[in-house]
Design a protein around this ligand. Structure first.
Ligand SMILES: *Cc1c(COP(=O)(O)O)cnc(C)c1O
Length: 377
């Protein structure tokens, strides 16, 4: 029943998936990343919806995230994108996760633990992300190592792109170089007489800008949650899935010269009306937005007054809204208990919020924490 909630529009998510499928064509498989609790949207509902829309794979970052999906009854293949520590390997195997592997030590320690059916793995090639994976020159050797182990099965080969979401000439050139190295590694594997299986590389940026990265499967994350890279908005008219809303819980009059919130950074420059909203940095609304943020109420735009607190923030409704504090309706515009949209919906999106802070939409949606109920619509 909490006022502050993240509305998750599953119909919008479905629409975004269809937009991506149209873009990449029906022959390509879709892998839907649901790491970090589905980019903050809730891993299990997003995973279920993605599978209903025909996703072939899900992807997570941690073994625990994969286990959560299995416990919810999800049986689809789940790629494990990040490297677990040795202690997590039994749980990885028990949950039938599909790890991305890229080094001999890890491959051998996995193989030593698998009993029964061979465990499918995907070989990760580091073509220039500089994070994990084998160098392109040793891809064939790694593939041969996997192929030679009875307990493992090479099911796919993957790489990850560092600047695919940028149309800057340097970034485009770098992405083409990464893709050339990747194609070279895949062809080395084939030349060694080994079937690379499902070849995949495309994250959001590549789905937007690099058709030569589509291969057999694509893995866009943030695009499916509704944020296209700059310059791709018309080709990929996805919409934000998350809408963060709250309610006005208190309204009062403030006289010119009075201050609002910690640090007294905000002083009323005229008599005005202040509304209190029960959302703060304790919910994941970044405190650095203080002094640089507005919310939407009944179609109007109202700036925050003073610092964002842990659990609350205040909004300046302006002079036109002067009225009694408990039944506020001067102007007929805004009353106590009215809904406030913080981002998404008819308000600017999480990407716009992120831009104010010099960060990315991912950090904003992932940052909305557990205290905020997700309400699926
Ligand atoms: C997170 C991740 C993706 C998805 O990235 P987006 O930028 O959200 O599209 C794809 N592949 C790997 C390996 C990842 O870690």
């Amino acid at each position: 029943m909490r006022a502050t909630r993240a509305l998750i529009h599953l119909d919008v998510f479905r629409g975004n998936i269809r937009i991506v499928r149209n873009r990449v064509g029906p022959a390509r498989r879709l892998c839907v990343p649901v790491k970090a609790d589905g980019y903050g949207h809730g891993a299990v509902p997003m995973a279920r919806t993605a599978l209903e829309e025909g996703a072939a794979f899900l992807a997570v970052a941690t073994v625990g995230e994969g286990e959560q999906l299995r416990e919810a009854g999800i049986t689809a293949p789940i790629l494990l994108l990040s490297i677990p520590i040795p202690e997590e390997i039994p749980e990885l195997i028990a949950n039938k996760l599909t790890p991305l592997v890229g080094d001999g030590d890890f491959i051998r320690s996995l193989a030593a633990v698998v009993k029964g059916d061979p465990l499918p793995v995907h070989l990760k090639v580091d073509t220039g992300m500089g994070r994990v994976g084998c160098p392109p020159a040793s891809a064939a050797e790694m593939a041969a190592l996997i192929a030679g182990l009875r307990s493992l099965k090479l099911e796919g080969v993957a790489t990850h792109l560092a600047v695919s979401d940028s149309l800057e000439p340097d970034a485009v050139r770098y992405t083409k170089e990464q893709l050339a190295r990747f194609s070279g590694a895949v062809s080395d594997i084939r030349k060694a007489g080994i079937d690379p299986g499902i070849v995949h590389a495309a994250n959001t940026g590549a789905v937007a800008f690099h058709e030569d990265a589509f291969f057999d499967m694509v893995r866009p994350g943030i695009l499916l949650y509704g944020y296209a890279p700059e310059g791709a908005e018309t080709v990929l008219p996805v919409k934000p899935v998350m809408e963060l809303v709250s309610r006005i819980v208190f309204i009062k009059q403030v006289k010119k010269g009075e201050t609002v919130s910690y640090g007294r950074t905000w002083t009323a420059d005229r008599d005005t009306t202040i509304a209190t909203i029960p959302v703060g940095y304790g919910d994941g609304l970044p405190r650095r937005l203080s002094g640089n943020f507005s919310v939407r109420i009944n179609g109007g735009v109202y700036p925050l007054a003073g610092r964002i607190c842990m659990d609350q923030c205040m909004v300046d409704l302006g002079q036109n809204n002067l009225g009694p504090s408990t039944a506020f309706k001067e102007n007929g515009a805004i009353r106590r208990w009215d809904t406030v949209t913080i981002f998404g919906g008819d308000a600017p999106s999480a990407a716009d919020v992120a831009a104010k802070l010099g960060t990315i939409s991912y950090e904003i949606t992932c940052g909305i924490n557990k205290r905020v109920p997700r309400v699926y619509t």
